[in-house]
Ligand binder design. Sequence first.
Ligand SMILES: *[C@@H]1O[C@H](CO)[C@@H](O)[C@H](O)[C@H]1NC(C)=O
Length: 278
Amino acid sequence: MLDHAVRTFEQIDELGITRSVRSLNALLFASVVAKDYKEVRRIFLEFPKMYGIVPDLDTYNTVIKAFCASGSSSSVYSILAEMDRKKCKPNAVSFGTLIAGFYKEEKYEEVGKVLNMMEKYNMHPGISIYNIRIQSLCKLKRSSEAKALFDGILSRGMKPNSVTYLHLIHGFCREGNLDEAKRLFKNMVNRGCQPDSDCYFTLVHFLCQGGDFDTALEVCKESMAKAWVPNFSTMKSLVNGLVSISKVEEARELIGKMKERFYKNVDMWNEIEAGLPR
Ligand SMILES: *[C@@H]1O[C@H](CO)[C@@H](O)[C@H](O)[C@H]1NC(C)=O
């Protein structure tokens, strides 16, 4: 697929079509999707000169993405230098990608450098940059640090959004700190940030894993009221959990709702229902 796209680009003259920065960007994007980062590098280094194309912000951002994804975030500094020379101003996406890249490589000092660099460009990190930092820290199982960053956002009078909360709730759930996850979930709703389906599903799943079936049921009901139903394995562990804490009626009610809604797993639910204590 990618080979073919590259060959077409190279042979375009014979086809009588003109190459543009847009087709170059499409080609780079296809290479990123194919995770062929070597090819991204080659295309970026050779094609603009060879075909007289002037890279634009999109071109640079795609290359930055490729460098970061391949674990060579430090190479992005040379891209930023080239952008400076070519008077192409990086945007929040450029810096956000680079920051995520350095976090992934656990190069925290470089993250600080990039943030200072943003100041020099007169760009002040907005919530999207903070969300990237929070998500990156949570992925590294450093949710407490992410939470400290979050508290800093609040104390500076900045507004977190639903995405901020989702990353933190995910992070704390995965580290087994369900109390913090529950607190954030409450806090989120109080602040008027709407949880999405993923937020509900994650919380129910991990609450069941942690054995907090009462709260899991509460959150699950809230989610189902919005027509968001957790997957079969989560629902099954919730039903079994409720039975284990002698909430057979609640379990039965949930099964009823599931059978009403989904024809797919009716047999499996019937089987589970037949196994419930009388
Ligand atoms: C069900 O959903 C949970 C929470 O989103 C997820 O962690 C889990 O991997 C899913 N299980 C399956 C079998 O898809």
